[in-house]
Write a protein that binds this ligand. Structure first.
Ligand code: FRU
Length: 486
C-alpha cells in the first residue's frame, strides 16, 4: 500500500497555502472568470478575513492574483459579490475600462458589527480601491447582517442587493451602488430555519420552453441535526421577483446539494448574454469540521463549477438541475478512457491505473427495472467509501465511515442521505472523483451529492455491484481527468 501523502485535488480550485472559505466577488469580464474568496493568509484555520483573487479563462486552470482586499479599521472583509458597472452608475470610472465594483461585508471583530462596503477596480480587477465613504449600508442594530449579492435589474434599471439578516433575506435597491433603500423582506415564514441564513443569491433563469422564473439561493449554518444531512447546507427557492419583492412558489424544501460538503455557493455575474449560462461554485466543506480536516499547509477546495438549469416537472412545479460545466470535458484524456463491457451485472475495476490515479469521471446508466439495490464503492484493501441506492427506500446513501481519516468529527461518520425515486427507463449517473472528494450528479444534476473523504492510502478500486444476476448496468465509461491546478 502507498500512503496518500497529499489530498490536494487535481481539478478543483484550492489555495496554494493557508485557509480558504466562501467564494466571493464572482464576475466575468473581458474573457476572464474572476473568483475571489474568504482567505486567511497566516494559517490553515479561519482567521481575520481577506479577499484573495484568482482568474481563469476556462473555470479549471486558475492563475492566482494574490490578496486584493485586506482588513482595515472597519473590520475584516467578509463575503460579498462583484459587478461590472457598465453604465458607470457609481461614478468610479477613470479610464477606458468598465469599473468592476465589489460589494462586501465589513465585520468589526470586537463589536461584531456588520456593515456593507464598496471597493472598485478600473484595471480589469488587477488593483482595487476601497470607497472613501464606506460603509454604504450601515447596521440597523442586527448582529447577523451580511453577505451582499448585487445584481442589475434590467426591468427597473436599478441595482438589487440581497442580504442575509439572521433568519431572513432583505432586498434593497439602488440607482448607483452607494445609496440603498429597503424594498422588502423574504423568508421569515418559509424555507428551512435550522441555522443562521447566509450568502444569498437572486437571479432569473429561463427553462427550455422559455418561461422565466426567479431563483433565490440561501445558505444556512446549521448544527449536527440540521437538514438535510447536518451542518452547513444551501437551500433554494423558485418563484417571482417584481423588482421589489420575491415570492417563493416552492412546495417543499429544496437543496442545492444533499452531500454535506457544498456551502456558501453563489453564481457569476456579467456572463455574456450570448453564453447565457448561470454558473455556480460552492465552498467544498462544512463548518462542522472545516477547521480540522486533515489537509496540511492549506485547507479547503471549491466544488466543481456547475451550470444551473431550470426544469419544469410533470406536476408543473419547477426544480433546478446542477451539472458540471462543459469545460470539464477539456480535461479528459482520450488515451485514458475505458468502457468496460456492458450491459453487465457488475463492474469491478481493481488496480486500474485510471482509478489508482484518483481523479476521474464515471458516466453510467443504470436500468432501474432490473435492480432494487446497487452499490458503488471506491477504496483499497483497508478503506472504502460507498454510495448505495435502494429503489424500495427511494434513497441514495453515502457511507464514508470507513473511508480513511474520519474520527476528527462526529458528523463525518454519519451516513448521508438523499431521497430519489428512479422513475425513468434508465437512471443516468455522473460521478466525479478527485483525490479527496466525490460529486454525484443524479439524473443530469436533478440531485447532487458532494462529499469529502480523506484516505490514509491511495484508493485502488472502483466497483459497482447489485443485488441481482440481471444485467442492470446499461453503459459505463471511466475517463481520467487531467490536473488543471498546480
Ligand atoms: C459563510 C460565512 C459568511 C461570512 C463568512 C465569513 O460561510 O459565515 O456568512 O461572511 O463566512 O468568513
Amino acid at each position: 500500500v502507498m500512503y496518500h501523502h497529499n489530498f490536494r485535488p487535481y481539478y478543483h480550485y484550492t489555495p496554494q497555502a493557508n485557509w480558504m472559505n466562501d467564494p466571493n466577488g464572482m464576475v466575468y469580464y473581458d474573457g476572464k472568470y474572476h473568483l475571489f474568496y474568504q482567505y486567511y493568509p497566516y494559517g490553515t484555520t479561519w482567521g481575520p478575513m481577506h479577499w484573495a483573487h484568482t482568474v481563469s479563462t476556462d473555470l479549471f486552470h486558475w492563475e492566482d492574483q494574490g490578496i486584493k482586499l485586506y482588513p482595515d479599521e472597519l473590520g475584516y472583509i467578509f463575503s460579498g459579490s462583484a459587478v461590472a458597472d457598465l453604465n458607470n452608475t457609481a461614478g468610479f470610472k477613470t479610464g477606458n475600462e468598465t469599473p468592476l465594483v465589489a460589494i462586501f461585508t465589513h465585520h468589526q471583530n470586537i463589536t461584531g458589527r456588520q456593515v456593507q462596503s464598496l471597493a472598485y477596480s478600473n484595471d480589469k480587477g488587477a488593483t482595487w480601491t476601497k470607497y472613501e465613504n464606506n460603509p454604504v449600508l450601515d447596521n440597523p442594530g442586527i448582529a447577523d447582517f451580511r453577505d451582499p449579492k448585487v445584481i442589475w435589474h434590467e426591468a427597473s434599471q436599478k441595482w438589487i442587493m440581497v442580504l442575509a439578516v439572521f433568519d431572513h433575506i432583505r432586498i434593497y435597491s439602488s440607482p448607483n451602488l452607494k445609496a440603498w433603500e429597503l424594498e422588502s423582506e423574504f423568508g421569515k415564514n418559509v424555507g428551512y430555519h435550522g441555522g443562521v441564513w447566509e450568502c444569498p443569491d437572486l437571479f432569473p433563469l429561463k427553462d427550455e420552453q422559455g418561461t422565466v422564473k426567479w431563483v433565490m439561493l440561501v445558505s444556512l449554518g446549521g448544527n449536527e441535526n440540521s437538514e438535510p444531512n447536518g451542518g452547513s447546507a444551501t437551500q433554494y427557492f423558485i418563484g417571482e421577483f417584481d423588482g421589489s419583492s420575491f415570492v417563493s412558489e416552492n412546495e417543499e424544501i429544496l437543496w442545492a446539494d444533499y452531500g454535506i460538503d457544498n456551502y456558501a455557493g453563489v453564481t457569476w455575474s456579467n456572463i455574456p448574454e450570448i453564453d447565457g449560462r448561470r454558473l455556480f461554485i460552492g465552498w467544498m466543506s462544512n463548518w462542522a469540521y472545516a477547521n480540522v480536516v486533515p489537509e496540511s499547509g492549506w485547507r479547503s477546495g471549491m466544488t466543481v463549477p456547475r451550470e444551473i438549469k431550470l426544469k419544469k416537472r410533470q406536476d408543473n412545479s419547477y426544480v433546478l438541475h446542477f451539472s458540471p460545466v462543459d469545460e470539464l470535458n477539456t480535461l479528459v484524456d482520450p488515451q485514458k478512457t475505458i468502457a468496460p463491457e456492458t450491459p453487465a451485472n457488475q463492474i469491478h475495476m481493481d488496480y486500474h491505473e485510471i482509478i489508482a490515479g484518483g481523479s476521474y469521471q464515471v458516466e453510467m446508466e443504470i436500468i432501474p427495472a432490473e435492480i432494487d439495490q446497487f452499490t458503488i464503492s471506491i477504496g483499497n484493501e483497508l478503506e472504502d467509501l460507498t454510495i448505495s441506492y435502494s429503489k424500495t427506500d427511494g434513497e441514495f446513501t453515502i457511507d464514508r465511515s470507513n473511508s480513511g481519516y474520519v474520527s476528527f468529527n462526529n458528523l463525518f461518520m454519519h451516513e448521508i442521505h438523499c431521497d430519489y425515486q428512479a422513475t425513468g427507463a434508465t437512471l443516468p449517473l455522473t460521478l466525479l472523483v478527485d483525490q479527496n472528494s466525490v460529486e454525484l450528479f443524479i439524473n443530469q444534476g436533478e440531485k447532487v451529492m458532494t462529499t469529502l473523504f480523506f484516505p490514509r492510502y491511495n484508493y485502488k478500486f472502483f466497483r459497482l455491484d447489485g443485488n441481482t444476476q440481471n444485467e442492470f448496468v446499461n453503459s459505463l465509461t471511466i475517463k481520467a481527468l487531467k490536473k488543471s491546478m498546480i
